[in-house]
Design a protein around this ligand. Structure first.
Ligand code: ATP
Ligand code: MG
Length: 211
Protein backbone atom coordinates (compact mmCIF):
# COMPACT_ATOMS: atom_id res chain seq x y z
CA UNK A 1 0.00 0.00 0.00
CA UNK A 2 1.15 3.54 -0.77
CA UNK A 3 2.53 5.63 2.07
CA UNK A 4 0.92 9.03 2.66
CA UNK A 5 3.07 11.90 1.42
CA UNK A 6 1.55 14.14 4.11
CA UNK A 7 0.46 12.88 7.48
CA UNK A 8 -1.05 15.13 10.16
CA UNK A 9 -1.67 13.65 13.61
CA UNK A 10 -3.48 15.34 16.49
CA UNK A 11 -2.45 18.84 15.36
CA UNK A 12 -3.31 21.65 17.79
CA UNK A 13 -2.32 25.23 17.18
CA UNK A 14 -2.92 28.65 18.70
CA UNK A 15 -1.20 31.80 17.45
CA UNK A 16 1.26 33.40 19.88
CA UNK A 17 -0.42 36.07 22.01
CA UNK A 18 -3.96 34.76 21.35
CA UNK A 19 -4.60 33.54 24.94
CA UNK A 20 -4.24 29.92 23.81
CA UNK A 21 -7.34 30.15 21.60
CA UNK A 22 -7.05 27.04 19.44
CA UNK A 23 -7.36 27.73 15.71
CA UNK A 24 -6.68 24.07 14.94
CA UNK A 25 -7.98 21.58 17.48
CA UNK A 26 -6.96 17.95 17.04
CA UNK A 27 -6.64 17.80 13.24
CA UNK A 28 -5.59 14.50 11.68
CA UNK A 29 -5.43 13.71 7.99
CA UNK A 30 -3.46 11.78 5.40
CA UNK A 31 -2.78 12.84 1.83
CA UNK A 32 -1.42 10.34 -0.69
CA UNK A 33 0.95 11.00 -3.61
CA UNK A 34 -0.83 12.26 -6.74
CA UNK A 35 -4.03 13.20 -4.95
CA UNK A 36 -5.77 16.50 -5.63
CA UNK A 37 -7.39 17.58 -2.37
CA UNK A 38 -9.76 20.49 -1.75
CA UNK A 39 -9.60 22.14 1.65
CA UNK A 40 -12.99 23.74 2.31
CA UNK A 41 -14.25 25.82 5.20
CA UNK A 42 -15.80 29.13 6.23
CA UNK A 43 -13.78 32.35 6.55
CA UNK A 44 -11.59 32.16 9.63
CA UNK A 45 -12.01 28.40 10.07
CA UNK A 46 -8.25 27.85 9.85
CA UNK A 47 -7.62 26.73 6.25
CA UNK A 48 -4.63 29.01 5.71
CA UNK A 49 -3.28 28.14 9.16
CA UNK A 50 -3.44 24.44 8.29
CA UNK A 51 -1.86 25.10 4.86
CA UNK A 52 1.03 26.93 6.56
CA UNK A 53 1.65 23.86 8.71
CA UNK A 54 2.06 21.65 5.64
CA UNK A 55 5.29 23.33 4.52
CA UNK A 56 6.68 24.07 7.96
CA UNK A 57 5.90 27.81 7.95
CA UNK A 58 4.07 27.07 11.21
CA UNK A 59 4.92 24.32 13.69
CA UNK A 60 2.23 22.55 15.78
CA UNK A 61 1.87 23.30 19.49
CA UNK A 62 0.81 19.68 19.88
CA UNK A 63 0.77 16.71 17.53
CA UNK A 64 2.86 16.41 14.41
CA UNK A 65 3.04 17.02 10.67
CA UNK A 66 5.16 14.64 8.58
CA UNK A 67 5.91 15.52 4.95
CA UNK A 68 7.61 12.91 2.77
CA UNK A 69 8.86 11.23 5.93
CA UNK A 70 10.20 14.50 7.40
CA UNK A 71 8.73 15.88 10.62
CA UNK A 72 8.20 19.66 10.31
CA UNK A 73 8.96 20.08 14.02
CA UNK A 74 12.66 19.29 13.50
CA UNK A 75 14.48 22.48 12.51
CA UNK A 76 17.00 20.56 10.42
CA UNK A 77 14.18 19.35 8.12
CA UNK A 78 12.74 22.74 7.20
CA UNK A 79 14.96 23.42 4.18
CA UNK A 80 14.32 19.95 2.71
CA UNK A 81 10.56 20.35 3.26
CA UNK A 82 10.52 23.74 1.49
CA UNK A 83 12.04 22.02 -1.56
CA UNK A 84 9.32 19.38 -1.55
CA UNK A 85 6.33 21.64 -0.87
CA UNK A 86 5.59 24.69 -2.99
CA UNK A 87 3.09 27.23 -1.72
CA UNK A 88 1.14 29.74 -3.79
CA UNK A 89 -0.55 32.43 -1.72
CA UNK A 90 -3.93 33.99 -2.33
CA UNK A 91 -2.64 37.33 -3.59
CA UNK A 92 0.12 37.12 -6.22
CA UNK A 93 1.10 40.72 -5.42
CA UNK A 94 2.32 39.47 -2.04
CA UNK A 95 4.29 36.67 -3.63
CA UNK A 96 6.01 38.28 -6.61
CA UNK A 97 9.24 40.00 -5.61
CA UNK A 98 11.38 40.41 -8.75
CA UNK A 99 11.56 43.24 -11.29
CA UNK A 100 11.02 40.94 -14.29
CA UNK A 101 9.06 37.73 -14.81
CA UNK A 102 12.28 35.97 -15.83
CA UNK A 103 13.96 36.97 -12.55
CA UNK A 104 10.87 35.87 -10.65
CA UNK A 105 11.23 32.38 -12.13
CA UNK A 106 14.94 32.33 -11.24
CA UNK A 107 14.52 33.57 -7.68
CA UNK A 108 13.63 30.33 -5.87
CA UNK A 109 16.23 28.33 -7.79
CA UNK A 110 18.92 30.88 -6.93
CA UNK A 111 18.04 30.47 -3.27
CA UNK A 112 18.40 26.72 -3.60
CA UNK A 113 21.77 27.05 -5.35
CA UNK A 114 20.75 25.62 -8.75
CA UNK A 115 23.54 26.04 -11.36
CA UNK A 116 22.95 28.96 -13.81
CA UNK A 117 22.92 26.80 -16.96
CA UNK A 118 20.35 24.42 -15.46
CA UNK A 119 18.32 27.44 -14.31
CA UNK A 120 18.18 28.82 -17.85
CA UNK A 121 16.90 25.55 -19.28
CA UNK A 122 14.26 25.17 -16.57
CA UNK A 123 13.04 28.76 -16.98
CA UNK A 124 12.67 28.29 -20.72
CA UNK A 125 10.77 25.01 -20.35
CA UNK A 126 8.53 26.39 -17.59
CA UNK A 127 7.73 29.56 -19.53
CA UNK A 128 6.70 27.42 -22.48
CA UNK A 129 4.60 25.07 -20.37
CA UNK A 130 2.83 27.92 -18.56
CA UNK A 131 2.40 30.02 -21.69
CA UNK A 132 4.54 32.84 -20.28
CA UNK A 133 7.22 33.06 -22.97
CA UNK A 134 6.09 36.43 -24.26
CA UNK A 135 6.10 37.90 -20.75
CA UNK A 136 9.60 36.91 -19.63
CA UNK A 137 10.98 40.42 -20.13
CA UNK A 138 7.92 42.09 -18.57
CA UNK A 139 7.72 43.48 -15.05
CA UNK A 140 5.06 41.42 -13.21
CA UNK A 141 3.00 44.55 -12.51
CA UNK A 142 2.25 44.85 -16.22
CA UNK A 143 0.42 41.51 -16.23
CA UNK A 144 -3.23 40.76 -15.53
CA UNK A 145 -4.26 39.04 -12.29
CA UNK A 146 -4.54 35.63 -13.96
CA UNK A 147 -1.18 36.07 -15.70
CA UNK A 148 0.45 37.09 -12.41
CA UNK A 149 -1.04 34.06 -10.71
CA UNK A 150 0.43 31.90 -13.50
CA UNK A 151 3.83 33.48 -12.85
CA UNK A 152 3.45 32.76 -9.11
CA UNK A 153 2.59 29.12 -9.87
CA UNK A 154 5.44 28.83 -12.40
CA UNK A 155 7.91 30.32 -9.91
CA UNK A 156 6.97 27.59 -7.44
CA UNK A 157 6.79 24.77 -10.02
CA UNK A 158 10.22 25.54 -11.42
CA UNK A 159 11.71 24.40 -8.10
CA UNK A 160 10.12 21.03 -8.98
CA UNK A 161 8.25 20.40 -5.73
CA UNK A 162 6.29 17.15 -5.41
CA UNK A 163 3.53 18.89 -3.49
CA UNK A 164 1.73 22.14 -4.36
CA UNK A 165 -0.39 24.08 -1.91
CA UNK A 166 -2.59 26.70 -3.55
CA UNK A 167 -4.30 28.94 -1.01
CA UNK A 168 -7.42 30.34 -2.68
CA UNK A 169 -5.53 30.98 -5.91
CA UNK A 170 -8.61 32.16 -7.78
CA UNK A 171 -10.48 34.25 -5.23
CA UNK A 172 -9.29 37.57 -6.65
CA UNK A 173 -9.62 36.63 -10.30
CA UNK A 174 -12.30 37.16 -12.90
CA UNK A 175 -13.90 34.08 -14.52
CA UNK A 176 -11.28 33.93 -17.31
CA UNK A 177 -8.42 34.21 -14.79
CA UNK A 178 -10.05 31.54 -12.65
CA UNK A 179 -10.34 29.20 -15.57
CA UNK A 180 -6.67 29.74 -16.46
CA UNK A 181 -5.55 28.83 -12.96
CA UNK A 182 -7.91 25.85 -12.64
CA UNK A 183 -6.73 24.46 -15.97
CA UNK A 184 -3.24 24.69 -14.54
CA UNK A 185 -4.39 22.65 -11.53
CA UNK A 186 -5.72 20.01 -13.92
CA UNK A 187 -2.28 19.98 -15.59
CA UNK A 188 -0.54 19.52 -12.25
CA UNK A 189 -2.73 16.49 -11.66
CA UNK A 190 -1.68 15.07 -15.02
CA UNK A 191 1.96 15.66 -14.06
CA UNK A 192 1.41 13.45 -11.00
CA UNK A 193 1.83 16.25 -8.47
CA UNK A 194 0.05 16.18 -5.15
CA UNK A 195 -2.15 19.27 -4.99
CA UNK A 196 -3.87 20.83 -1.99
CA UNK A 197 -6.28 23.49 -3.08
CA UNK A 198 -7.80 25.85 -0.54
CA UNK A 199 -10.99 27.00 -2.18
CA UNK A 200 -14.59 27.93 -1.60
CA UNK A 201 -15.73 27.37 -5.17
CA UNK A 202 -14.46 23.86 -5.70
CA UNK A 203 -17.63 22.19 -6.87
CA UNK A 204 -18.34 24.52 -9.75
CA UNK A 205 -14.74 24.61 -10.99
CA UNK A 206 -14.29 20.89 -10.51
CA UNK A 207 -17.26 20.14 -12.72
CA UNK A 208 -16.20 22.62 -15.35
CA UNK A 209 -12.69 21.20 -15.89
CA UNK A 210 -13.57 17.59 -15.06
CA UNK A 211 -11.14 17.02 -12.18
N1 ATP B 1 -1.07 35.77 12.27
C1 ATP B 1 -2.14 35.55 13.06
N2 ATP B 1 -2.13 35.90 14.37
C2 ATP B 1 -3.19 35.67 15.17
N3 ATP B 1 -4.33 35.10 14.73
C3 ATP B 1 -4.40 34.74 13.44
C4 ATP B 1 -3.32 34.96 12.52
N4 ATP B 1 -3.68 34.50 11.31
C5 ATP B 1 -4.93 34.03 11.45
N5 ATP B 1 -5.36 34.17 12.72
C6 ATP B 1 -6.67 33.74 13.24
O1 ATP B 1 -6.79 32.34 13.07
C7 ATP B 1 -8.10 31.98 12.64
C8 ATP B 1 -8.01 31.19 11.35
O2 ATP B 1 -7.47 32.02 10.32
P1 ATP B 1 -7.10 31.48 8.88
O3 ATP B 1 -6.47 32.60 8.15
O4 ATP B 1 -6.33 30.21 9.03
O5 ATP B 1 -8.56 31.12 8.32
P2 ATP B 1 -9.02 30.77 6.84
O6 ATP B 1 -9.90 29.57 6.94
O7 ATP B 1 -7.84 30.69 5.94
O8 ATP B 1 -9.92 32.05 6.49
P3 ATP B 1 -10.22 32.75 5.04
O9 ATP B 1 -11.28 31.91 4.38
O10 ATP B 1 -10.76 34.09 5.43
O11 ATP B 1 -8.93 32.83 4.27
C9 ATP B 1 -8.87 33.29 12.51
O12 ATP B 1 -9.66 33.43 13.68
C10 ATP B 1 -7.81 34.35 12.46
O13 ATP B 1 -8.25 35.53 13.07
MG1 MG C 1 -7.23 31.79 4.27
Amino acid sequence: MKEPIISVRGLRYSYPGSDDRLVLNDISLEIFPGEVIALLGANGSGKSTLARHLNGLLIPNEGQVVVAGLCTGAETNVWEIRKKVGMVFQNPDNQLVAALVEEELAFGMENLGVAPDIMKVRIKEMAKRMDLERFLEFPPNRLSGGQKQRVAIAAVLVIEPDILILDEPTSMLDPAGRREVMEQVANLKKMGKTVILVTMIWMRQQQRIGL
